[in-house]
Write a protein that binds this ligand. Structure first.
Ligand SMILES: [Zn+2]
Ligand SMILES: [Zn+2]
Length: 377
């Protein structure tokens, strides 16, 4: 099949900025040096551009995982132009197709099934979208959003204003305009672009798949460090409308922490969370399918398969009981309508069910580990 034409402006832009970043930035550093203030400005601007994409473009606009005050929307829209990843409308449209058609080599705009290079940057170097480029029919909601449409209409002007204006302003305020243009302008732009591109490439290749194996998306805590928390991509692909990607408190997800902080001061609301029951069920089902798949290859595995099924059923029952009571406890806490004695009886039952569920989960994990190990030996 004939390949679509090359988009030379993109090829030249990505190669020239990359080459300039790996040559001019170190050359200037060795010749004149960078100050710690410049490095702080660089890190601050990395986070500003990065979080505008993850919290703004991705979780707010593409997935509608929460609502935010219009002032914050404007800040995200400017940060998105600073990150130079197309307008929020275009980005969200591509991203919604990515989720709907994930891994389809033709329909998914950055399908990981086409290889690392294609999903990282190759998809932008040729006119793969053809006449579909600019079709935003999957973003009718965003077409009604004044901030999104304002950014879309004035996108190129905003790109120039932020990418030259911010480093220039910082340079004039803090000293050394050239150093600031190179660090905050050039290096920040190239790095923040590639860090986001890693979510399309590496986060679909490298890591584990605890929630679903139906697509290539992976969970990778290391990648989360460079992607403002988006490394938990396996979770994200199955529960895309959750405002979190890293769901445990210790998962590095600064995007989630920022959204939660905005909510705490009244600037964000309607934060969507996936119920724990659905998350745990997805995990159990994925592990079950994996173990079943392995056992199916072994002779005389029927007993083990039956045991696995019965433990799975028991696990789901315990999970259901625990979650039902958890829901009741939350309702009661909200209404505060209960006598002290009733409350303590309820809490005792709650802790019992919680422990029963935890025990069953440990037994379930141990059983799967044992069966998987046996299937290898
Ligand atoms: Zn993805
Ligand atoms: Zn997404």
């Amino acid at each position: 099949m004939k390949k679509p034409p090359i988009i030379w402006t993109n090829v030249l832009f990505f190669s020239l900025t990359f080459l300039a970043a790996i040559t001019l930035v170190p050359w200037y550093g060795f010749s004149y040096g960078y100050t710690s203030t410049q490095w702080i400005a660089f890190v601050g601007c990395m986070f500003y551009a990065g979080l505008s994409i993850t919290a703004g473009y991705h979780r707010l606009w593409a997935h509608k995982a929460y609502d935010v005050h219009p002032v914050i929307e404007v800040i995200f829209a400017l940060g998105g132009a600073f990150a130079l990843q197309n307008s929020a409308l275009h980005w969200s449209s591509d991203h919604r197709i990515h989720h709907g058609q994930v891994d389809d080599p033709i329909k998914d705009p950055y399908a990981a099934t086409n290889g690392f290079w294609y999903s990282h940057i190759g998809w932008m170097l040729r006119d793969y979208q053809g006449e579909q480029y600019g079709n935003y029919s999957n973003c009718r909601d965003l077409q009604k959003n004044k901030v999104v449409m304002w950014q879309h209409r004035h996108y190129m002007k905003l790109v120039v204003a932020t990418n030259f204006g911010i480093p220039l302003l910082l340079g004039l305020m803090l000293g050394d305009v050239w150093g600031m243009l190179l660090l905050v302008g050039l290096l920040r732009l190239v790095l923040s672009q590639h860090f986001t591109f890693f979510i399309n490439s590496l986060a679909h290749i490298w890591g584990s798949r605890p929630y679903t194996e139906k697509n290539t998306a992976r969970d990778n805590g290391f990648l989360a460090l460079f992607t403002y928390g988006e490394g938990y991509h396996n979770f994200h692909h199955i529960f895309a409308s959750d405002y979190r990607n890293g769901i445990k408190w210790y998962h590095y997800d600064p995007t989630k922490w920022m959204i939660r902080s905005l909510a705490a001061i009244g600037l964000a609301s309607k934060l969507k969370r996936t119920p724990i029951e659905r998350i745990e069920k997805a995990k159990a089902e994925t592990l079950m399918n994996k173990t079943q798949g392995r056992l199916a290859k072994l002779p005389l595995a029927q007993d083990k398969l039956t045991l696995l099924q019965s433990e799975y059923d028991l696990l789901l029952k315990k999970l259901q009981h625990f979650c039902a009571l958890q829901k009741r406890v939350l309702e009661i806490k909200r209404n505060k309508m209960m006598k002290q004695c009733e409350k303590s009886a309820l809490m005792t039952q709650y802790h019992e069910l919680e422990a029963a569920w935890e025990n069953q989960k440990q037994a379930w994990l141990a059983l799967n580990a044992r069966l998987l190990k046996a299937s290898f030996s």
